[in-house]
Design a binder for this molecule. Sequence first.
Ligand code: ASP
Length: 345
Amino acid sequence: MTISNSSVPPSSAGAAALPRIAVLATGGTIAGSAADAANTAGYKAGVVGVDQLLAAVPALSSVARLAPEQIASVDSKDMALPLWTTLAQRINTLLASDDVDGVVITHGTDTLEETAYLLHLTIKSDKPVVLTAAMRPASALSADGPLNLLNAVTVAAHASARGQGVLVAFNNRIHSARDVVKTSTYAVDAFQSPEIGALGWVQDGRVEFQRRVLRAHTLASEFAIGAAWPQVEIVASYAGVSRIAVDALVAAGVRGIVVAGTGNGSIHQSLQQALVDAVARGVPVVRSSRVGSGHVMRNGAAADDALGFVGAGALNPYKARVLLMLALAAGVTDAAALQKVFDTY
Ligand code: ASP
């Protein structure tokens, strides 16, 4: 399905008519600083405050009325589950108010795709929620954060962003939280939606969507944010892999395992036997792929029905883990019911 919505921002309207956007800062490279402007790798993430980030982009004042909040100041490699709870609860509270029209979240790039998908499934509003980030610290030559922030606010302030689930505005593209992944360790164009492509684009105040997310999200999601996070871990399949990690996880009482299989989610026979044993001990196993694009076919590379495995479809292992945690927290543990969840979201 293709839709098209394009317009200029309401910059000519009076300030009072501008949308009210809450900007929640969590840290990351967008708030990073290095001693030297030529340094784009050796810096400290999450040290620049939200007020300073906004002050660096005067054009924001003609796009929206902003309400900044410093939720955290972390390098997103260290993202913690209680912070996810805090963030999602705060967004739900803000969006329930008539005084807030949308939310922008500044985040590190490392785990942005995980946070975005978590919010996509637990935010109870159709108002725009847009994450953005940067590959270069705020102190760098050609820092990408300021324009990404302006574009994220532009998207969040735009009527066409409503009802699209959680979005990621990065390097002029608008991605769905479900599809987006970080695909470069250093390039400014670090986020892609493999196979499916971006939802649209934002440039110079114009916003255009060219497709919609068809899978359930936000208001149509059965999942709610809570304080309980069932322990779910990820293991990978590779040449010569042993069953040591899976056995240790099961012994440690893990509640679920996602396997990052090779190819179409295929699993080395040693690892597969360990996972079959895990299922027999009541630990759900979700089969994803380490490849980076495409999807895992149920009963394709492994006989899921016979082995008791759940297929992750197009979700990468990290997003599959998010969905498995939410499903387990909601009391879904049976393989058939979990498969339905993975086929729905
Ligand atoms: N380590 C940083 C973070 O995820 C990387 C970044 O933001 O680009 O917070």
